[in-house]
Design a protein around this ligand. Structure first.
Ligand code: MIG
Length: 663
């Protein structure tokens, strides 16, 4: 490789459990601090930041469950000074090397340009060009023009939208080589295969949480959730790379399988932040799951009811509709545990309220469900209708709890309720206040069988670039949205789960389903794969998608049974029930425009087969519950790719149409 960086030999400090040194960029002479820690449990942590940045750069908080403890044990690594490279060894074997392709880059913070023209070729430009290919949209970097006032990389156009970067370009990147590996997995969420594909003549995998209605299949664009965790496997070892960064991230994969010793090169690039990466050394798949959980936590143990079958649609219209559907399950002798209410249950999309005409007696409705030992889930989205008469809005406004725009005003965007502001869940005070909204006395009409569904939390903003919040919006601590983007949904689910725990006086496990997620979301509940389509190909892709989410730590995951968009033919619906019955989160759901599709609407024979599938689910419930207990205590994924159970059997490494539930 031809790295731009070389180590300054006199800067090296060696301790029992860490190495620190400085490296310097040959061109601009800016020094970077490199820290490498031996973390307990066979993990290395590599941090790279500017030695003295103009201002501090964002470091992801709240995702690691504790400050990782270092351990001085027999670990070996080699550092090459020029070009700067690191090789990590385990049991005499070079497992992984860093910066082998010389792709380390780090845009250091600079003062804003004063009528000056940027002419240097910046890595940011490379990043932006990649994005352009990735999105096939017009995100154009203005590098230079004859116009001396051009702000260069300090602002970017995205279609008709303009992003003004308060700190200027600040992207980072690094490459890793995984020796002997030609099978890599992970980095959800993409509607893609289980095995990660080579990206050399194709798009990079993008990690950027977005609301993509009816997302395409076999696409590497970012959808609702992101977990920047990649697993690599070969017969004698599994290893992992956890890239702790919550800004937009791209991952390039280059597998060289033809070589005598195969190798996979993985290049990570993020729009901002610092390089903070955990290198998990395995050696076996279950060691990797434990190591990753040691950093980000294990799956929350779901309440038993939430492992049963869930019946949802956009929308169950009113109390009578709920009653009829509920009775339908009894009439047709089909077990189910939870009925769901979508956005139409509220007064004008004001969450925590009920439509006064359609849901006049929400408590009475819940009592009816309680008598049958059933539960209710309602949707609570993060956008808040701009309406001074809506208490949630006026309180949050007064307390300054909304995300701000660049000029310090409350950010306003269009969403379901019309003009809306967005709660700043990155602020711990906002989370505490939000959690308190779930108290029975605050949330009128709620009872202890009501649980919650968080949607639109990428966050989704209509009429905005890529349907999300502008990157120059401002959060708590004066951090730009670009820094925290992929964490927004993570924080909403965290606050919601805390609210449900609090309302029960700390006695009951919560259930919260979220659409957007990040590394560590497993601690707060379940995720689903969003707006899939009622087509066979979406049923098929649900398996690799859920396997990928599962091995990235989030065991409690599912895809809408039947396919959200459109109308499944009866056989597809039946097959989807049969598949969904064996997946961790099992919910039938349908779009507002879809025809009704409760399980008994397709003739006796289809009703019988669906009944049988749902009953099989209930037969397996004790086993599933035990698997979740193990996921919670020992980080074993519930739904597993075959290679995890058969790590030496090469022919299992690419299988994605079969899987294991537990062992
Ligand atoms: O853009 O709340 O993925 O499950 O039914 C639609 C209405 C908004 C998207 C969710 C879907 C939900 C729907 N929501």
């Amino acid at each position: 490789g031809k790295s731009l960086y070389q180590a300054l030999l006199d800067s090296v400090t060696l301790c029992n459990d860490s190495v620190k040194l400085q490296i310097i960029n040959e061109k601009n002479k800016v020094p970077l601090l490199v820290e490498i820690y031996a973390i307990e449990g066979n993990i290395f942590r590599l941090k790279i930041n500017e030695v003295s940045p103009l201002k501090s750069r964002y470091e992801v908080p709240d995702v690691l469950i504790k400050e990782p403890t270092t351990q001085s044990e027999d670990r070996k690594l080699h550092i090459t000074a020029n070009p700067f490279q690191i090789e990590l060894e385990s049991k005499g074997e070079t497992v992984l090397s860093v910066n082998t392709n010389g792709l380390l880059y780090f845009e250091h913070l600079q003062p804003p340009p004063q009528n000056r023209c940027e002419i240097s070729i910046s890595h940011s430009a490379v990043f932006v060009m990649l994005l352009k290919i990735n999105q096939q949209e017009f995100r154009s970097a203005k590098i230079c023009s004859e116009n001396q006032e051009d702000l260069g990389l300090w602002q970017e156009e995205f279609g008709s939208f303009l992003d003004i970067k308060a700190n200027g370009p600040s992207s980072i990147g690094l490459d890793f080589s995984l020796h002997g590996c030609e099978h890599v997995y992970g980095i959800p969420e993409h509607a893609e295969t289980l095995l990660l594909k080579n990206t050399s003549d194709d798009d990079a995998y993008r990690l950027f949480n977005l609301d993509v209605y009816g997302h395409k299949i076999h696409d590497k664009m970012g959808i609702y959730g992101s977990v920047p965790f990649l697993l690599a496997h070969k017969p004698n070892r599994t290893s992992g790379i956890f890239w702790l960064n919550s800004s937009e991230t791209l991952v390039e994969i280059n597998t060289k399988a033809q070589r005598v010793v195969p190798q996979t090169d993985v290049r990570w690039m993020s729009e901002s932040g610092i390089i903070d990466v955990f290198l998990l050394m395995g050696p076996n798949p279950f060691d990797i799951f434990k190591q990753y959980a040691q950093l980000t936590g294990t799956q929350a143990l779901p309440p038993l009811f939430s492992l049963g079958y869930h019946q949802c649609r956009w929308n169950y219209e009113d109390e009578q509709d709920v009653k009829t559907v509920d009775a339908g399950f009894d009439e047709h002798d089909i077990p189910y545990d939870v009925i769901w209410l979508d956005i139409e249950h509220t007064e004008g999309k004001r969450y925590f309220t009920w439509d006064k005409k359609k849901f006049q007696h929400p408590k009475r409705m819940q009592e009816l469900l309680t008598r049958k030992k059933r539960k209710l889930v309602v949707i609570i989205d993060p956008h808040i209708k701009v309406d001074p008469m809506y208490t949630l809005y006026s309180q949050a406004k007064k307390k300054g709890y909304f995300v701000k725009n660049r000029t310090g005003q409350d950010f306003e965007g269009i969403c379901w309720p019309g003009s809306s502001s967005y709660l700043d869940f990155t602020n711990p005070d906002v989370r505490e206040w939000y959690a308190d909204q779930f108290a029975f006395k605050s949330y009128k009409g709620s009872t202890d069988i009501l649980f919650v569904w968080n949607d639109m939390n990428e966050p989704s903003v209509f009429k905005a670039a890529e349907l999300t919040m502008q990157r120059d919006a401002v959060h708590h601590g004066n951090w730009e949205h670009r820094e925290v983007h992929n964490l927004y949904g993570f924080y909403q689910q965290m606050a919601t789960a805390e609210g449900l725990i609090k309302r029960s006086g700390g006695q009951k496990r919560p259930f919260v389903l979220t659409r957007s997620f990040f590394a560590g979301s497993q601690k707060y509940g379940a995720v689903w794969t969003g707006d899939n389509v009622a087509e066979w190909s979406y049923l098929k892709i649900s398996i690799p998608m859920l396997l990928t989410i599962s091995i990235a730590g989030i065991s409690f995951c599912g895809a809408d049974v039947g396919g959200f968009i459109g109308d499944p033919e009866p056989e597809l619906l039946v097959r989807w029930y049969q598949a969904g019955a064996y997946q961790p989160f099992f919910r039938g759901h349908a779009n507002i425009e879809s025809k009704r599709r409760e399980p008994w609407l397709f003739g006796d024979e289809n009703t019988r087969i669906i009944r049988e599938a749902i009953r099989e689910r209930y037969t397996l419930l004790p086993y599933l519950y035990s698997l979740f207990y193990r996921a919670h205590t020992t980080a074993e994924p519930v739904m597993r790719p075959l290679w995890v159970e058969f790590p030496k059997e090469q022919e299992t490494f690419g299988v994605e149409d079969e899987y294991m539930l537990g062992k």
